[in-house]
Write a protein that binds this ligand. Sequence first.
Ligand code: FAD
Length: 510
Amino acid sequence: MNTDVVIIGSGIAGLSCAAILSRYGFEVTVCESHSIPGGAAHSFERDGFKFDSGPSLYSGLSYSPSPNPLRQVLDAIGEELPCVTYNTWGCCLPEGDFDTSVGAEQFCEVLARLRGNTAVNEWQNLQKIMTPFASAAVAIPPAALRFDLGAAISIGRFAPSVARHAVNVAKLTGDFGRIMDGAVKDPFIKNWLNLLCFLLSGLPANDTSAAEVSFMFADWYKPGVVLDYPVGGSGGLVDALVRGMEKFGGNLMLNAHIEQIIVENNRAVGVRLRSGKEIRARRAIVSNASVWDTLKLLPSGTLPEKFRKSKQATPECDSFMHLHLGIDAKGLAKDLACHHIVVNDWSCGITAPQNVILISIPSLIDSSLAPPGKHVIHVYTPGNEPYDLWKGMNRKSEEYAQQKQQRSEVMWQALTRIIPDIRERTEISMTGTPLTHERFLRRNRGSYGPAISARKGLFPGPGTPLKGLFCCGDSTFPGIGLPAVAASGMIVANTLAPLQKHLQLLDEIL
Ligand SMILES: Cc1cc2nc3c(=O)[nH]c(=O)nc-3n(C[C@H](O)[C@H](O)[C@H](O)COP(=O)(O)OP(=O)(O)OC[C@H]3O[C@@H](n4cnc5c(N)ncnc54)[C@H](O)[C@@H]3O)c2cc1C
């Protein structure tokens, strides 16, 4: 079989890349190992409950034009994404339990109550400091980026806005910790900012890129801001991307595990599936697998050894524990927030295992996700569960079952703070470990993604020294999360497209 471009993996990055390439007129084949598309953002169903495997927090999807690259991909392929909007989330912190809203104002009320007026002044001062950084962070839209000399023209279009923010653009290259430490003394605000950074990048403030945090400030603290939840959950989003790609002729193959990238004459020319079938690519292979998983697909000697070693040594975030529950909703408060963050102890550090727990009850705002009178719940410890605790365990063993029970207890306890009788209400319960994560998401050691500190240089980007091989996904663009990975997919598609077509697309979506 022949095609223009083979994409390995149907994560949000792979699908974004495939959708834009199809829109540009390329013949695209996406090979996904799993039986469900979406990678870390796929949905699955059990007994009428529709579960999100991963993401729960979305923004910038319910309106256009939006600075969110994922929305820009959807705009480029003309796909609607119906969203429910909301603005409140629950916090269970060592200081106490409370609801807070996105937007700058309500958080000041929380601060006044918890920390007093000095803290409020510090927060407002930080908002002022961040305002020009936030404008600078959106001065160059990721949709304008491409990985060749044409970038001078596609990015050049935004030169006036870059020039206006030039000083601040330069300051965005470092870590956010410097900005935070210069502006904030209050320990609670520092803890809070470290938490937001951790949720954004899997790293604390002094390792998170100032550009990523500034983008978040631009998004979360603008007037009238709301959070979004795609109707149908992450599956609704994946369906929209697949629909858009197929509309332009793209082809998605499920249960299509790639075993090897075929290299001939120092060029990636195709892929070999586990079934033995080969697919040849006239133009390029794009790997959406993580950096570590991509290396496993390349025959030895096809990459310079120095490059291979440096990629293999990419530091990685830890993995996850998951609880997926279907519960009886009878008598639950109607105004319960659909998302909650639980932090057990600030003093042990924001990345400490079992310390931060996220809870999502999306059927509170999208009733299509659960049978009538029920709710669907996803609880997880975000990127803080050490893989080594699970490495080599037999998933059928008693030892594994016991450890699962032991390590999931922290999620049950967190949930009990929100729904005290949760155990009695539970009708379906599935516990996931780093081994589940590794197996179903095809991710090396079940990792959340690379842990590249903003103080230690630039993110790797989409190129490789092997001709015809590109990479997209969370290993190639800073900021683990849907906007970043959609941007990474779009950048590879733009790089393969003729400059003129790229410029036309920019005119349409921005
Ligand atoms: C629990 C959890 C919660 C999250 N919460 C949020 C959130 O609230 N908001 C947010 O923005 N982000 C969130 N994220 C992050 C976000 O989901 C990920 O960053 C993003 O989905 C990663 O997309 P990707 O395309 O880079 O990679 P992946 O989703 O990992 O996709 C890679 C794909 O490649 C496939 N693949 C790998 N190897 C092969 C092979 N050899 N052959 C064929 N196919 C292969 C895999 O099966 C997979 O489908 C969360 C992630 C998790 C896990």
